[in-house]
Design a protein. Structure first.
Length: 564
């Protein structure tokens, strides 16, 4: 991705760091930095904040500490002085099914806040943000968008697939195997054999789950360079990508390519189209709504449905399809998807990117691997419409989100089976108490009610593993992992704790789901719904102080991006 290194530039602007390090009044600041190895020459160059989300508490972000060193090499080679700092990072997969999962979406806000605070405090001239696991990626983009200084976001890359019984596997196979194990379909030994091989190194989850979804979206948005996202985490080429981005950020600074020049209504629509075309995660709705808010752009949830209706599903990616991120990289990467969209008239191709080129020009550089089967054409897609649908109705007047890429069903009518939280539901699934035809309702798991809007992969994957995935539906005011498949509807808004109609549903109520007409309805009159909502009381808050309580008090509806 990177060009041959050139001599460092000496004419680079220092619009912010000069106030920190220049002149007699700033001698104390310089003294501090000299004590840890920096020189007068270093402090006379632009400072580039390296916002890292590294942790060794999960595989997704495990490689970012090493990757940051290559970014810093590039920054120094191009005439800048890198200064690395860290933020938080919460693993969705590891915390899934526990109270810890409630921290995940909250961490997105903390990542963004951390970047903002560090950038304002140290007055960096530019930022390179490194991210990998689900919430660190949008958190990074939210942070750099908010401060609006020249920035690039680098995705750490996907893990390679594991191998089990002659086929590629991902962590989704383990989650689904948990359900199969509970149903007596596989033994303890088989479950252990699978878990031993499904996550064979470091990098983010391999399918078109939330991490890879957002990485693709941010290449399409233009805040990450073309050809950078799908290079696998453990591939030696990733180091060169990182070094190239370190060099590139000084050009971004020289050209004043701030996020406000790159993130526009049209580039957001490009990102939405890429999610829809690749069968990406429903979490993309939350995150792009939040980024639009940071950018001051008017974007509502209905735009996702408008874009999805006209954007065909063209990437055959897990969880609904056959392939993983490493396959997409070999096929031609995100630019190949963008080229397909451009050829089909579905891309705003004149939008600017951090490379200085337009997204259309980057799409034209795509190189398709001969014989690849990952990315189809707009003329011959997997499905005529994209992978997302926004539903409305008397259960969700403010909207709900379903990923249609992961199921062939377009409708379902059945009796409600209501649970007040995820753990109650999972216990019933493990006990095989769910009946075919049921519509499972999980409430009090929304942004404020959870708090933190937990993902429900443990439940949804267990249903699939038990063989019930295509026989039931599920709706919740919580959310789903990008690995979820089946007729699973999340982000039901308003949520129960805010008096949403989901609070009115009782066991046995008839629920109708109609994807084609975008309807989600319960067979109750408005009067009965209002009476039941008035009588309903959500459980007492799980947290009354600390970050979780503050988040519950401040967070908005999922239909607005669950922003604070």
């Amino acid at each position: 991705m990177s060009e041959e290194s050139k001599a460092p530039r000496t004419d680079l602007p220092r619009p912010r760091s000069a106030a920190v390090f220049d002149g007699p009044d700033r001698a104390a600041a310089r003294s501090y930095m000299k004590g840890i190895g920096l020189t007068n020459e270093d402090l006379s160059k632009p400072t580039v904040g390296i916002a890292n989300t590294w942790t060794d508490a999960m595989p997704c972000n495990y490689g970012l500490r090493t990757l940051a060193e290559f970014v810093k090499e590039g920054v120094r080679a191009a005439g800048g002085t890198p200064m690395e700092f860290n933020t938080v990072a919460v693993s969705d997969g590891i915390t899934m099914g526990t109270q810890g999962m409630k921290s995940s979406l909250v961490s997105r806000e903390v990542v963004a806040d951390s970047i903002e605070l560090m950038a304002r405090g140290y007055q960096f001239d530019a930022i390179v943000a490194l991210a990998a696991c689900d919430k660190t990626i949008p958190g990074a983009v939210m942070g750099v968008t908010r401060i609006d200084i020249p920035s690039i976001v680098l995705y750490g890359g996907s893990i390679k697939p594991g191998h089990y019984e002659g086929k590629d596997v991902t962590i989704l196979d383990v989650f689904e195997a948990i359900g199969a194990h509970a149903a007596g379909k596989i033994s303890d030994e088989e479950l252990t054999e699978l878990e031993d091989v499904a996550s064979p190194g470091y990098g983010a989850c391999g399918g078109q789950f939330t991490a890879n979804t957002m990485a693709c979206a941010f290449e399409a948005l233009g805040i990450s360079p073309a050809f950078s996202a799908m290079v696998p985490a453990e591939d030696v080429e990733k180091n060169e990508v990182a070094r190239g981005i370190g060099e590139m950020v000084l050009s971004v600074l020289a050209d004043d390519l701030r996020p406000s020049r790159i993130i526009t209504r049209k580039s957001l629509e490009n990102a939405i189209a890429t999610i829809c075309a690749t069968g990406g995660s429903t979490n993309g709705v939350l995150h792009l709504l939040a980024i639009a808010r940071e950018a001051g752009i008017d974007l509502d949830i209905d735009v996702f449905d408008e874009v999805s209706r006209k954007t065909p599903l063209i990437a055959d990616m897990k969880p609904g399809g056959r392939f993983v991120a490493t396959d997409l990289n070999r096929a031609g990467g995100v630019p190949l998807v963008l080229k397909r969209l451009k050829d089909g008239g579905l891309l705003h191709d004149d939008e600017l990117t951090v490379t200085g080129q337009t997204i259309g020009e980057e799409a034209d550089r795509a190189e398709e691997s001969p014989g690849q089967e990952v990315v189809l054409t707009v003329e011959d897609p997997l499905k005529a419409q994209g992978g997302l649908a926004i539903l409305k109705g008397n259960i969700c007047p403010d909207g709900a989100v379903v990923k249609v890429a992961g199921t062939e069903r377009n409708s379902h009518v059945g009796p409600a089976r209501v649970f007040e939280n995820e753990q109650e539901c999972f216990a019933a699934v493990k006990a095989e108490e769910i009946e075919k035809g049921d519509v499972i309702v999980i409430r009090n798991e929304g942004p404020a009610g959870g708090p933190g809007m937990r993902e429900m992969l443990q439940v949804t994957a267990a249903l699939v593993g038990e063989g019930m995935g295509e026989h039931v539906a599920l709706l919740t005011d919580g959310r789903f992992s990008g690995a979820t498949r089946g007729l699973m509807i999340g982000h039901v808004a308003p949520e129960a704790v805010k008096g949403g109609p989901i609070a009115a549903i009782r066991d046995g109520d008839t629920i109708t789901i109609d994807i084609e007409s975008r309807k989600l309805e319960v067979d109750l009159t408005d009067e009965v719904i209002a009476e039941r909502i008035a009588a309903y009381r959500s459980p007492e808050p799980a947290y009354t102080r600390g970050v979780m309580a503050k988040y519950a008090d401040a967070v908005s509806s999922a239909s607005l991006g669950a922003i604070t």
